[in-house]
Structures are given as structure tokens and as C-alpha cells.
Design a protein around this ligand. Structure first.
Ligand SMILES: *[C@@H]1O[C@H](CO)[C@@H](O)[C@H](O)[C@H]1NC(C)=O
Ligand SMILES: *[C@@H]1O[C@H](CO)[C@@H](O)[C@H](O)[C@H]1NC(C)=O
Ligand SMILES: *[C@@H]1O[C@H](CO)[C@@H](O)[C@H](O)[C@H]1NC(C)=O
Ligand SMILES: *[C@@H]1O[C@H](CO)[C@@H](O)[C@H](O)[C@H]1NC(C)=O
Ligand SMILES: *[C@@H]1O[C@H](CO)[C@@H](O)[C@H](O)[C@H]1NC(C)=O
Ligand SMILES: *[C@@H]1O[C@H](CO)[C@@H](O)[C@H](O)[C@H]1NC(C)=O
Ligand SMILES: *[C@@H]1O[C@H](CO)[C@@H](O)[C@H](O)[C@H]1NC(C)=O
Ligand SMILES: *[C@@H]1O[C@H](CO)[C@@H](O)[C@H](O)[C@H]1NC(C)=O
Ligand SMILES: [Zn+2]
Ligand SMILES: [Zn+2]
Length: 576
């Protein structure tokens, strides 16, 4: 009894501390609960499979006739904004209760707007919109939050269409109106205040939206983009941006000392993005390429695709003629950062391969003769058929094609992806040949080195049944590191040349590393790739080397030979 009386108050105190922490302790940068950790917060839905924002791939968007015109109520009224303030995460304008409404636009019923707020980047040129279109991020994004009429906020959070958010991109212009509604809004003194201040703005929401075409918009189902990320939002993203002078956009970060308050793009997990019929979409056929002849652009035609570099002089893959490689002593060991961590975020069927997308900014590659540090984005595979003797690597060595090839794709850390694609060493791809573990078993097992551990590959391929459909994705819950997949392969002995991506648009932006030693994989696991995707012979034909040099490590190679050959001699003596 006594002890209870002593401990109870302190327990209550502790619990209240915990709940305080839970409510406020998240951020975009500079605290423990950054976006990649939001999913760990108690009660959070941030790790779900219907999250926002997303990257809108316009070639994957289809038009939907049900997305009719919106009806906007009181958007032109000059007296709807009640309060403005900085809540620590955004600048937010609170609207008068039950005055501003939206319906139509394919929404089920009428929604009442409660507030609008903004997401922005850093001083130019670091953009900060939450959604991206074909990986293009705008300087900022405005969200008008509306809630289904007749439901409470708590009820809305519990319905898949409880909220409708209207998202408008904000584009920066060099000149433009420096005195209108955007000037008034961004001149408001919210410095250091975390509470709302009453305002009597003499502008309307329409004044902020300008002449954006409101018949052109994208639609998908997602979540709130801040914790708890409730999956209760019907999203509308308007195609055209609002044009606002850069000077005024910069004031969001200047006035608040907050930068980059946007959440990274979340996987679609099979969700569809649709668009209103008036939205301009790329013609479908332009994006149809494949490895055989059953599509619009087969490999010889890849060079005719819009914005394609596939007809260039420094293309990949190539045949590596070992008699003409040049030894280069400067090709040393690589530094692999976090190759030993469970870094795979999700696995997706891209329609061309199986791609393992890594967690943001976790894995890095440097050294190995690379002149920059590279951030690893994804790894994917090339393969042949289900046949036992199938050959499906992209590169060949002295015209020998291996069963499979693994590509680990990294981007220069100091460049955006867009910049990297236009820079000759913007990307670094590590290529590993994959061989049947049976054919090399004798050597590995009897040499004392334990034969390759297939458990990581068994785990990886166990996800394939969930990605049989093109564009489908599956979140990886097992801890599978790149080191696990590579096993004991020698990473000090490799070829180096300058080339391209091996898929359209074939940008000549790749420093290629092709390793001499092979990763060993059971044939049964190799078969999972063609079996579940039904893709076969997923490799581009060999491209001309032209006048390029292929370099090779030398020292490590020599060392390896010295170690290996006497060993092999013993082995073969032992094998009956
Ligand atoms: C969706 O987009 C991805 C990435 O651009 C592309 O690889 C895939 O083929 C697209 N899927 C469809 C069904 O168009
Ligand atoms: C529009 O706003 C006015 C006040 O400015 C208000 O009287 C009216 O009810 C609003 N309209 C609707 C449909 O809420
Ligand atoms: C539209 O909303 C109403 C009321 O919330 C609901 O009963 C109905 O099922 C919804 N219809 C669709 C197609 O979602
Ligand atoms: C709403 O919440 C209740 C309990 O909190 C739950 O039983 C119910 O399934 C939820 N409804 C929806 C549509 O999510
Ligand atoms: C964004 O603004 C730039 C000028 O700063 C302009 O060149 C570009 O066309 C605009 N983009 C859109 C989609 O309006
Ligand atoms: C902004 O408001 C704060 C109080 O909230 C005040 O101390 C400061 O002087 C104001 N700044 C300007 C430029 O008006
Ligand atoms: C708002 O009032 C200011 C003067 O206080 C004026 O310069 C401006 O044009 C007005 N804006 C609108 C949209 O009426
Ligand atoms: C693949 O798509 C079909 C129809 O489009 C659907 O019935 C099936 O459930 C999907 N499979 C997976 C694993 O998503
Ligand atoms: Zn928002
Ligand atoms: Zn590849």
C-alpha cells in the first residue's frame, strides 16, 4: 500500500511527459523524429501503404471522366481569413468556420475548408514542394485542407475520404507582382510567434490562386503529410503552378527560420493516380519500350524515343575484351557505407525489372578510383530465362555472358538526380555478375570458405509473389543488407569504363565498375526472377566500345591469383 502511494504520482508524471513528447517532438530536420522515423511514433500511420506525398509519373496517369469541374464557394470572398500564424512546422492561415466550401471535382459530397498552409524549401535553388511531377519539385506548395461536411475531425481521420486537400504548386518567377495578395501574406509579422494572430486581410483565396487552370488536376487517395499521417485524404494536385516572385517565396523561410518543411515522396504501393480529362498527359505509346520486339520501341529503336541518348557514342553495356584492358594502379579499394545495414525500403516491379529501392541517404559508395562520394539509390537485376543454362547478364567478358547481373545504382551526393543525369560522372553503377552456386560449389566448399549463404536471397525472393503486377510494390520488413547479398565476392578486382544507363533514356552519365569475381546464387532462386515477373531476357544488346578505354585493377588481381592458384591445385588433387 505504502509503495503504491509513493510510486503512483511519479508514474502519472512520467506518463504525462511521454504524451507531451509524443505530441510535439517531430520535425523535418534537426531532431530525433525526422520523416524516416515518423512511422515509429506511437499511434502513427506514417508507415502505412497509402501515404502522401507521392511523385506523379505522368506516363502512368490515366484520365478519369468522373473528375468533373469543381464548385468553389466563397473563394472570392475577401473576409474569409481569420488568423495567421507559424505553428512550428508551417505558416498556416485559419479560415472562418463554415464559410469556404468545395464540391464537385469527383468528390463525394461537400467539403468545408478549415485552413491553408505552405511547404517550402531553402533559399533558391532548393525547391520544397511535397508532391513532385515526373521527379520535378517546385519551389513551394500550398495546401487547402477541407473536411467532409457533417463529420468531426476525429471521425474524418477514421474515413478514407474524411479530408480533401487541394494542392497547388508554387513556381518562382524572376519578376511579377510584388504588391498583391502574396506580398501582403508574406509581409505579415509572424516572427517568433507560435500563436495565431488575427488579421483583416483584404484579399481572397482566389487572389492567391491567380489564374491557375482549375480544370486540370491529378487525383489519388493518400494521407496527411505530417504525423500522424492519417490515411484519410482525397488528394487533388492542380497541374498548373501558381506563379509567385522568388523574393516572396523566400520570405517563408526568412520569416520563420524554418527550411525544407516537406516530406519525401512515399511509395504508391499499387495506387493509381488519375487526372481530369482536361489535364495534358503524354501520349501512351511514347513510353512503351521493351527488350524484345513486342512493343513500340524495341532496342534498335530506343534512340528514336523522345529525349533519348541511346544512339550516343559512349553507350552501355559493352563486351570487355580482357586482352585490351589497361591496368590502372590508381583503382584502389572502395569504401562502402552502410552496406551492412538493412537498407532496402521496398521492392517494385518497374515493368522492366525487379528494383530494390533503398532508404534515402543511408548507403554510400566512394573510393575505388571514383572522384566523388555517391549516394546509393537502388539495385536491380538483369536475367535471361528459367532454363538451367540461361544467360542474361548485360556486360560480357571476352564474349562470355553470365546467367545474371546485379546493378547497384548511386548518384553523386553533390548533385540532384536531374543534374547527375546530365553529368558524365553523375552516376556510379556497380555491376556484379551472378553465377549458379552449383557450378562453383566444389571450389568454395572445399577451400574452407563456407559456401554462399542463400538465406538473404531466399528472404529477398520471398517478396516476389507480391509484385507480379507491373508498378506494384512491397515494403521490405526483413533486414537484408547489400553485404548479405554480395556474400564473399572479391570487391578489389574490377574493370572500369565510362558509359551510360542501359535503359532509355540511356544518359551517358555513368562511371561503370564491373567486378571480376561473381556472386553465387542457387539456380532455384535465380528462377524466381523470370517466374514471378514473366520478363525474360532482360538485357540490352552489346554496344560499341568506340574509342573508349577499359581499365582494370592490377595489384589486387595479382595478389588474388597468387592466393588462389596454389589452393586450386590442392583442391583438384583432393577431388576424386
Ligand atoms: C510507371 O512508372 C514507372 C517509372 O517511370 C515505369 O517504369 C512503369 O513502366 C510505369 N508503369 C506503367 C504501367 O506505365
Ligand atoms: C460565404 O461567406 C459569407 C460571409 O462572407 C456567408 O454569409 C455565407 O454563408 C458563405 N456561404 C456559404 C455557402 O457558406
Ligand atoms: C459518399 O459519402 C456518403 C456519406 O459519407 C457514403 O454513405 C457513401 O457511401 C459515399 N459514396 C462513395 C461512392 O464513396
Ligand atoms: C473507425 O474507428 C473504429 C474504432 O476506433 C474502428 O472500429 C472502425 O473500423 C474505424 N472505421 C474506419 C472506416 O476506419
Ligand atoms: C516556372 O517559372 C519559370 C521562370 O522562373 C518558367 O521558365 C517556367 O516555365 C515556369 N514553369 C511553369 C510550369 O509554369
Ligand atoms: C513582430 O512581432 C513581435 C512580437 O510578436 C515584435 O516584438 C516585433 O517587433 C515585430 N516585428 C515587426 C517587424 O513588426
Ligand atoms: C489591400 O489594401 C491595400 C492598402 O491597404 C491596397 O494597396 C491593396 O491594393 C488592397 N488589395 C486588394 C486585393 O484589394
Ligand atoms: C494483380 O492485378 C490483378 C488484376 O488487375 C488483381 O486481381 C490482383 O490482385 C493483383 N495482384 C497483386 C499481387 O496485387
Ligand atoms: Zn500540407
Ligand atoms: Zn541495370
Amino acid at each position: 500500500m505504502d509503495s503504491k502511494q509513493v510510486y503512483l504520482p511519479s508514474l502519472v508524471f512520467l506518463l504525462s511527459l511521454v504524451s507531451l513528447v509524443k505530441c510535439s517532438n517531430w520535425c523535418y530536420t534537426g531532431c530525433a523524429e525526422t520523416p524516416s522515423h515518423w512511422e515509429e511514433m506511437p499511434g502513427s500511420s506514417c508507415g502505412g501503404q497509402r501515404q502522401s506525398p507521392v511523385n506523379i509519373v505522368t506516363s502512368n496517369v490515366t484520365a478519369d471522366l468522373a473528375l468533373n469541374d469543381f464548385i468553389f464557394v466563397n473563394f472570392s470572398s475577401q473576409h474569409t481569413i481569420k488568423l495567421v500564424g507559424f505553428n512550428g512546422h508551417s505558416v498556416q492561415c485559419t479560415l472562418m468556420d463554415n464559410e469556404v466550401e468545395v464540391s464537385g471535382g469527383g468528390l463525394n459530397g461537400t467539403y468545408s475548408a478549415t485552413q491553408f498552409h505552405f511547404h517550402w524549401g531553402d533559399k533558391e535553388p532548393h525547391p520544397g514542394s511535397e508532391h513532385t511531377i515526373d521527379d520535378n519539385r517546385y519551389p513551394a506548395e500550398m495546401h487547402i485542407l477541407t473536411i467532409k461536411k457533417g463529420v468531426t475531425t476525429e471521425e474524418a481521420k477514421n474515413q478514407s475520404d474524411g479530408f480533401a486537400v487541394l494542392g497547388f504548386f508554387i513556381n518562382g518567377t524572376d519578376n511579377g507582382d510584388l504588391s498583391g495578395a502574396w506580398h501582403t501574406l508574406t509581409s505579415t509579422n509572424i516572427t517568433g510567434s507560435s500563436v495565431d494572430v488575427e488579421v483583416s486581410f483584404n484579399f481572397s483565396i482566389d487572389d492567391l490562386l491567380g489564374d491557375v487552370n482549375r480544370k486540370q488536376f491529378y487525383r489519388y487517395h493518400g494521407s496527411l503529410t505530417t504525423p500522424d499521417c492519417d490515411e484519410a485524404v482525397v488528394w487533388t494536385i492542380f497541374h498548373e503552378p501558381i506563379q509567385v516572385p522568388h523574393n516572396l517565396i523566400n520570405r517563408f523561410s526568412e520569416n520563420t527560420d524554418l527550411v525544407n518543411n516537406f516530406r519525401p515522396a512515399q511509395p504508391l504501393y499499387g495506387r493509381k493516380v488519375t487526372a481530369s480529362p482536361a489535364t495534358p498527359l503524354p501520349p501512351v505509346s511514347e513510353h512503351h519500350w521493351c527488350y524484345d520486339s513486342h512493343c513500340y520501341y524495341s532496342p534498335p529503336q530506343w534512340s528514336e524515343m523522345p529525349d533519348s541518348y541511346c544512339g550516343g557514342q559512349s553507350q552501355s553495356p559493352i563486351n570487355i575484351d580482357t586482352h585490351s584492358v589497361v591496368m590502372d594502379n590508381t583503382l584502389g579499394s572502395f569504401t562502402f557505407k552502410n552496406f551492412d545495414k538493412g537498407a532496402i525500403n521496398y521492392i517494385t516491379n518497374t515493368g522492366h525489372t525487379v528494383e530494390c529501392v533503398l532508404k534515402d541517404n543511408m548507403v554510400e559508395v566512394s573510393g575505388g578510383g571514383l572522384k566523388h562520394a555517391y549516394s546509393t539509390l537502388q539495385l536491380h537485376f538483369h536475367w535471361g530465362t528459367k532454363a538451367a543454362n540461361s544467360e542474361g547478364s548485360e556486360h560480357t567478358v571476352d564474349s562470355h555472358r553470365y546467367p545474371m547481373e546485379l546493378h547497384i545504382v548511386s548518384k553523386r551526393k553533390d548533385l540532384t538526380l536531374k543534374e547527375a543525369l546530365q553529368t558524365s560522372d553523375g552516376l556510379a553503377v556497380l555491376g556484379f555478375f551472378i553465377e549458379d552456386s552449383q557450378s562453383s560449389k566444389r571450389i568454395t566448399s572445399s577451400s574452407g570458405v563456407s559456401s554462399s549463404d542463400m538465406r538473404p536471397w531466399t528472404k529477398l525472393t520471398s517478396y516476389f509473389s507480391a509484385i507480379q503486377n507491373i508498378s506494384s510494390q512491397v515494403k521490405v520488413t526483413d533486414v537484408i543488407s547489400i553485404d548479405d547479398l554480395l556474400g564473399s565476392v572479391n570487391r578489389d578486382s574490377y574493370y572500369r569504363y565510362s558509359g551510360s544507363l542501359t535503359t532509355p533514356s540511356c544518359n551517358e552519365a555513368v562511371v561503370w565498375t564491373v567486378f571480376k569475381d561473381t556472386v553465387k546464387l542457387d539456380h532455384n532462386l535465380m528462377m524466381m526472377f523470370p517466374k514471378y515477373t514473366t520478363f525474360q531476357d532482360i538485357y540490352r544488346p552489346i554496344q560499341s566500345v568506340n574509342n573508349r578505354k577499359i581499365y582494370s585493377t592490377s595489384a589486387a588481381e595479382a595478389l588474388r591469383s597468387i592466393l588462389l592458384y596454389p589452393l586450386l591445385g590442392c583442391l583438384f588433387a583432393l577431388v576424386p
